[in-house]
Design a protein. Structure first.
Length: 107
């Protein structure tokens, strides 16, 4: 979600000043970052790998979240750290949805 903030006011010396800031709130990138941190410190939680490197057992027991091309993060859905990351992802999506509605109402 893109957020743009525009402010109009006076500088400390009295000049009229307009500032603009744009922010990209990409929930998927936060999820990838959270997953890579989980698997970095918890070897049983998953691993960063190419999709073709997954075993049949890994394909049945977990999921693969692509980062770029066939590079991604394999995650074991039964691991508690992965479940925490998924919960955080859901919360951030709900926050972004609420933030989107607030900005839509403000305009």
């Amino acid at each position: 979600m893109w957020v743009k903030k525009l402010a109009i006011g006076f500088s400390p010396i009295g000049y009229l000043v307009i500032t603009s800031a744009t922010l990209l709130y990409d929930v998927n990138m936060y999820f990838i970052q959270d997953l890579t941190n989980k698997v970095k410190y918890n070897k049983d939680a998953g691993r960063v790998c190419m999709e073709a490197m997954l075993t049949e057992e890994e394909k049945r027991s977990g999921g693969f979240y692509k980062i770029q091309g066939s590079l991604g993060v394999y995650m074991d859905f039964t691991h508690k750290e992965i479940l925490k990351a998924v919960d955080t992802f859901i919360n951030k999506k709900q926050f972004a949805s609420g933030m989107h509605k607030q900005f839509a109402n403000a305009w």
